[in-house]
Design a protein around this ligand. Structure first.
Ligand code: DAH
Length: 340
């Protein structure tokens, strides 16, 4: 026992005199590691006469606790000393502001999306969501696009299973039918969301982009209501009245269907955005086809609807003068930080 006591005193003395953290670390290893004094004491226990084992075990544990406590105390003292000397140093200025955490910012698409949500909710529209992996039924069939319909070819679809029953939605229009199934008419809703096409990427094509679907169901809706809603939408987006025109456009889920053009908000007599035409093709829209109402469980004899599909990615690009759609989902901070 005197031997152990001596080793302990020796260890405590060396710990107390450790000049810095690395030295303290080495002492901890030396004393508490497998081959240190505690380890050796523990290892010797099995070879002792049974009557002495208990006491040896207790002694080893006491030794360990005391050395650990001494190391802890020395560590604290060293840390305090380091801090004190740093504070006493010339470069220390306690009045300097703390380093600021880096702040993120909203993605430009999210900004425009939120503006549109504010605009539509202020007019009593709902904001709905739908699945990005969608049943073929909602993405195509219920929208009056049966399997053999050539309109399927206009949307290069990512298929998620061998039979093609599950697809990455190619547009937000499937949520029209999901909404009809869930909500009692009359109702009005927009559906912002991501859509996916198996496209070759270039400055104006991406495999993933954003749309905002709009759907209004009520009695006796006409093209006049559609035009009124679209004018309000444009006033909200551009902050003033914008002249529009409708051209016929074909989409199987609307009849009649239109392409809506807006007078270029950026020029009077032609610019690069409107390709010198003074009109920009803004969104397709139309009156909901009776077959689609039926697919959503709504009686087309009693109810009517209009719908539109706004290219949210495109609108964001127009809004901020972004000339390459691939930037939007690039995750490139040099691009994103411009919107902070
Ligand atoms: N879903 C169509 C597309 O992505 C766009 C569209 C056209 C949506 C006409 C509509 C609409 O709601 O009425 O190409």
């Amino acid at each position: 026992m005197p031997d152990t006591e001596r080793s302990l005193q020796d260890a405590l003395g060396r710990v107390a005199g450790a000049p810095d953290m690395p030295a303290l670390g080495r002492l901890a290893e030396e004393f508490l590691g497998k081959t240190g004094i505690v380890g050796k004491l523990l290892a010797s226990i099995p070879s002792l006469p049974p009557a002495e084992r208990k006491e040896a075990g207790l002694a080893a544990n006491r030794l360990k606790r005391e050395i650990e406590a001494a190391i802890g105390a020395r560590r604290e003292a060293l840390e305090e000393a380091a801090l004190a000397s740093e504070r006493a140093g010339e470069g220390f200025d306690p009045t300097l502001p703390a380093a600021k955490p880096r702040r993120g910012s909203l993605h430009p698409v999210t900004r425009v999306q939120r503006e549109l949500e504010d605009l539509f909710t202020s007019m009593g529209w709902l904001v709905l969501d739908g699945p990005e992996v969608e049943l073929e039924h909602y993405n195509f069939d219920a929208l009056n696009i049966p399997r053999d319909h050539p309109a399927r070819d206009t949307m290069d679809t990512f298929r998620c299973d061998a039979e093609g029953k599950l697809v990455m939605r190619t547009h937000t229009s499937p949520v029209q039918v999901r909404a009809m199934e869930r909500l009692k008419p009359p109702f009005r809703a927009i559906v912002p969301g991501k859509v996916f096409r198996n496209e070759t990427k270039d400055a104006s094509h991406e495999h993933t982009f954003h749309q905002v679907e709009g759907l209004a169901i009520d009695r006796d809706l006409s093209v006049g209501h559609l035009i009124g809603a679209m004018k309000t939408l444009l006033r909200g987006i551009f902050g003033r009245d914008i002249e529009i025109r409708l051209r016929p456009g074909y989409f199987p889920f609307v009849e009649p269907g239109f392409e809506l053009d807006a007078r270029c908000p950026f020029c009077q007599s032609g610019c690069s955005v409107c390709k010198q035409s003074t009109w920009i093709e803004l969104l397709p829209c139309g009156m909901v086809h009776p077959n689609v109402l039926k697919a959503g469980g709504i009686d087309p004899e009693q109810w009517t609807g209009f719908a539109f599909g706004l290219g949210l990615s495109r609108l964001t690009m127009l809004r901020y003068g972004i000339d390459d759609v691939r930037l939007l989902l690039s995750g490139d901070l040099r691009f994103l930080e411009q919107f902070a």
